[in-house]
Design a protein around this ligand. Structure first.
Ligand code: TYD
Ligand code: MG
Length: 432
């Protein structure tokens, strides 16, 4: 039950009266005994959706915002959450939705400046700069907005709870109140939540179970690339990846994402290998760089950026035991270019090729792309959707791909080198 002292319409105090709506009287009635129904007797209903106006975002969401659904957009401060949402709001307003952007962080002057710079001065997009949640939500409900953004959950206070804005109990109360409003009005609502570098998620982790969708927006400090992923999605897959580029004109979709993490330059140095990895339904060429450097210390360093250190250690152990490439007296540094984070197991072969090339100090040919999983026995296993990966490698200009011998035979557009064991890459590429 919400009580507000000030009318958000006329701004007068003490003029609001509580009105008992049909919904409230229902919830106050005696509890009826419910009867369960067999699942086979139910009709599956498609979620009603509205496009966010931004294709990359729609794909990550699974086809747009769901009516009545609450989405949490998490990300580090400065990554571009407000920019993305202001662009979304303007696009939706252009398509005829009435949109409300409630900011507890920026003044309307600041928002207008950003809006003007990005060319977002659109009819149908209203701004409300407030930090009192109840009155802001009341405004959203009263004026029947079709889409509402709350930026951010950490900046608002709910009167029902004690504590500072941004404290766990406040953040929860704010999200709960917003979610109730979204469900009641049947409109999509987005909450912004800041997360910190240490992964200490003041907002998002606490709220995961309270919202329908959790999106994470991320990027490296010195790179304009921004990645959008769904961590949780009640209405779609969590596989898809949205890729944006931040410029002075705001965020734009990256037109050729497979080139994003591999610029095609041939440095001619050892330790560089390219893997065709799958991100959602897209293939990206990932450039993996390894450096092996002799150390006098008994415990050599293993440093990795873009893959798990434990995965690096495992692959080094496989290289030592199955291929005879020892890194015991070397520090190993491994880096995935462009700030990409490799989760796809099919990147193993590329990582191993890069490590073997670094250890032997022999460069790999630049026209080869690697696709395959590597097992503890040193065997190379087929990667999912190999045909799609090979096709993309061909489009990017690679002349050869190395894949598992066990990959089903198909006709490929470029030469495929089929191997069963990791050590075969030594004979293929790393002998002087
Ligand atoms: P912002 O959307 O305010 O981040 P968040 O809401 O996640 O904290 O974006 C802030 C950064 O983005 C800021 O450092 C400047 C940069 N930026 C651009 O590079 N281009 C732009 O057009 C805009 C609006 C911001
Ligand atoms: Mg912001």
């Amino acid at each position: 039950m919400s009580m507000i002292g000030r009318c958000p319409g006329c701004g007068e105090w003490g003029t609001m009266e509580e009105e008992i709506t049909a919904q409230r009287s229902l919830s106050g009635a005696a509890v009826p005994v419910k009867s369960a129904v067999p699942i086979s007797g139910l009709e599956a209903e498609e979620q009603e959706r509205v496009s966010s106006g931004i294709e990359e975002l729609d794909r990550v969401l699974g086809g747009g915002w769901v009516m009545g659904g609450v989405t949490l957009l998490g990300g580090e401060p400065g990554v571009g959450k407000s920019t993305l949402l202001l662009q979304v709001c303007a696009e939706m307003a252009k398509r005829g939705s009435r949109v409300l952007y409630i900011s507890g962080e920026e003044s309307s002057g600041q928002l207008a400046l950003r809006g003007r710079r990005l060319g977002l001065m659109t009819q149908g997009l209203d701004l409300l700069c407030e930090s009192d949640l109840q009155s802001s939500l009341a405004a959203a409900e009263e004026h029947k907005y079709g889409f509402v953004v709350i930026d951010s959950v950490q900046a608002f206070r709910a009167d029902s709870e004690s504590g500072w804005a941004g404290s766990p109990s406040q953040v929860k109360a704010v999200a709960l109140m917003a979610a109730e409003t979204a469900k009641r009005c049947g409109i999509p609502m987005v909450l912004v939540g800041h997360i910190t570098k240490q992964g200490q998620i003041a907002g998002p982790k606490l709220l995961e179970h309270m919202v329908d969708t959790v999106l994470l927006f991320s990027g490296e400090q010195n790179s304009p690339n921004r990645l959008l992923r769904a961590e949780k999605n009640r209405y779609g897959s969590t596989e898809e990846l949205g890729i944006f580029e931040m410029s002075e004109r705001g965020l734009a979709a990256v037109s050729d994402p497979s080139r994003l993490y591999w610029n095609g330059t041939d440095l001619g140095s050892s330790g560089v290998a390219v893997a065709a990895v799958l991100e959602g339904s897209r293939v990206l060429a990932a450039e993996i760089q390894a450096l092996a450097c002799a150390t006098p210390f008994p415990y050599p360093k293993r440093t990795a950026r873009g893959i798990d250190v434990s995965r690096l250690q495992l692959l080094l152990a496989v290289l030592e035991r199955r291929c005879g490439i020892s890194s015991r007296s070397n520090d190993i540094y491994l880096n995935v270019a462009g700030g990409l984070s490799l989760k796809d197991p099919a990147a193993d072969l590329g990582i191993c090729a890069s490590l073997a090339s670094a250890a032997t100090d022999i460069e790999l040919p630049s026209d080869v792309c690697f696709i395959g999983e590597v097992g503890l026995a040193g065997e190379v296993r087929p990667a999912g959707r190999t045909a799609m990966r090979v096709k993309e490698a061909a489009r990017l200009g690679f002349k050869r791909v190395v894949i598992s011998r066990r990959t089903p035979k198909e006709s490929y557009p470029i030469e495929v080198l089929r191997i069963s064991a990791l050590k075969e890459i030594l004979d293929l590429f790393l002998r002087r």
